[in-house]
Design a protein around this ligand. Sequence first.
Ligand SMILES: NC(=O)c1ccc[n+]([C@@H]2O[C@H](COP(=O)([O-])OP(=O)(O)OC[C@H]3O[C@@H](n4cnc5c(N)ncnc54)[C@H](O)[C@@H]3O)[C@@H](O)[C@H]2O)c1
Length: 259
Amino acid sequence: MEDLLQMKDKNIVVMGVANKRSLAWGVAQSLHQAGANLIFTYRKDRSLKKLEQLLEEFQIEAKEVVQCDVNEDESIQQAFQQIGEANPVIHGVVHSIAFAHAEDLKGDFLDTSRSGFSFAQDTSAYSLVAVAKAAKPFMTEGGSFIAMSYLGAERVVEGYNVMGVAKASLEASVRYLAADLGKHDIRVNAISAGAIRTLAAKGVPSFNEILRKIEETSPLRRNVTKEEVGDMTLAMMSHLSRGVTGEIVYVDSGYNILG
Ligand SMILES: NC(=O)c1ccc[n+]([C@@H]2O[C@H](COP(=O)([O-])OP(=O)(O)OC[C@H]3O[C@@H](n4cnc5c(N)ncnc54)[C@H](O)[C@@H]3O)[C@@H](O)[C@H]2O)c1
């Protein structure tokens, strides 16, 4: 059969696997099935241990595993320098990273602190810009960036607060980066994923209520899985989506279309 995806032996950097529930792990599995070479970045040693266990359990060989803390420019620089030296061409980067302080997700958005606001922006939105800048020199054959967003970017979702504003900023950054990088044949898109129980989701106080509402009211009447997010990320990374950039693609059982 003709290779529609054209992902075989492409070097893809996957950022944000913390454990087997991580959306980034769903993405890694889809990319692996399509024959891509996987390069992982992790933040903490705890994540590295989990990642190594997962790679062994699923019999996936990583091409590279590199530490990267997106709050530090130096760490991002070092990580991509190391990745680029070992792999002269990077074809894609999956940014599956977000963080806000728990106290900024409780109570009213009105009470968000200046430091909490900027920390959420820095970690969850600016990091995409910094990563794109660091990866670009190695994306000499064109490529694709995918970030992970959520409906709270455009609607008020209870308990999402400061993270909703960071996701709005992330989605706008996707568009501005797409405009800058298109001339280098580099595409930038985001997946707006439905609610999925992960470590990061634990910080959202109303998460169970959100899951229940999607199951009851979304067009597909169910929640989505990390595998579904992984498969759409693969599609958006692949040759199939070569004409698409600056887009936010919903993988949410259609929940976003409801009035
Ligand atoms: N789970 C959901 O319901 C859902 C829905 C829509 C979008 N998302 C988004 O998906 C992405 C992945 O989250 P997840 O739900 O898989 O949770 P997760 O906790 O498994 O992943 C979050 C990752 O961010 C990483 N991270 C945080 N701060 C970092 C830093 N300073 N440097 C490097 N890495 C850092 C963590 O190490 C972790 O690997 C996030 O952008 C999240 O907002 C999640």
